[in-house]
Design a protein around this ligand. Structure first.
Ligand code: ZN
Length: 217
């Protein structure tokens, strides 16, 4: 009994430096970050094939059934969040991303903790209120604005077709004026001053929808 207790104490004493190495050194933190990402990906792989939880491919379910399932899943997720609250942070990145469900902003940012602001709109088209919100985000500490478009965008397709232009005039106009709105955003005095002196970086990005690879335009 005494020998076993001594073995446990020795084991703890040996494990402590390893734990310290993992928690408080730069390589250890990197290992934690990558390992955490691997666990998140493992979670995706485990959930992807679970058809009863798939909102996309079950066209025979009723809206009420979809809503009930969503509430149930929210209950599961919020119970975990309640038990393990996350650390609040001030994001350094703000992104403008199309509402296309195939785009995963956590993967774009390489950060499943979602320490970034994200504005999701149809076709990544922003209006005055989004521009004001982005300025507010910069005032709150954002240093990089990532303004994205993506391949195979349904909003762009609608805006490019005669039928789409007729059915969705507001969307068509928003996509057509997207570049102009972004130039107006960069010209807002508060932002322009910070872009000029290097406190704020603005990146225009094209996302490959299939792989989520970001390419600077
Ligand atoms: Zn899109």
């Amino acid at each position: 009994m005494k020998t076993r207790r001594r073995a446990v104490v020795v084991g703890i004493l040996l494990a402590l430096p390893l734990l310290a190495l993992l928690l408080w050194t730069a390589p250890g933190r990197h290992v934690q970050f990558v390992f955490g990402g691997a666990l998140v990906n493992l979670g995706y792989r485990m959930q992807d094939h679970l058809e009863p939880y798939d909102f996309v491919h079950h066209h025979d379910v009723t809206p009420e059934e979809v809503w009930t399932e969503m509430l149930h899943q929210n209950g599961l997720a919020s119970a975990v969040r309640h038990r393990f609250p996350r650390t609040p942070r001030h994001p350094l990145v703000a992104m403008v991303v199309c509402m296309d469900a195939r785009l995963d902003t956590a993967e774009l940012a390489g950060d499943t903790r979602q320490y970034y602001y994200v504005v999701r709109t149809a076709g990544s088209a922003i209006e005055a209120k989004e521009a004001e919100m982005l300025e507010l985000a910069v005032e709150n500490g954002v240093k990089v604005l990532v303004l994205t478009t993506h391949s195979d965008c349904a909003a762009e397709r609608a805006a490019a077709s005669p039928d789409g232009r007729q059915r969705f005039p507001a969307l068509t106009r928003a996509v057509a004026e997207r570049g102009l709105r972004l130039r107006e955003l960069a010209a807002r005095p508060f932002l322009a001053e910070r872009i000029a002196d290097g406190r704020l970086l603005v990146k225009h990005i094209e996302i490959d929808t299939a792989t989520e690879t970001m390419r600077v335009r």
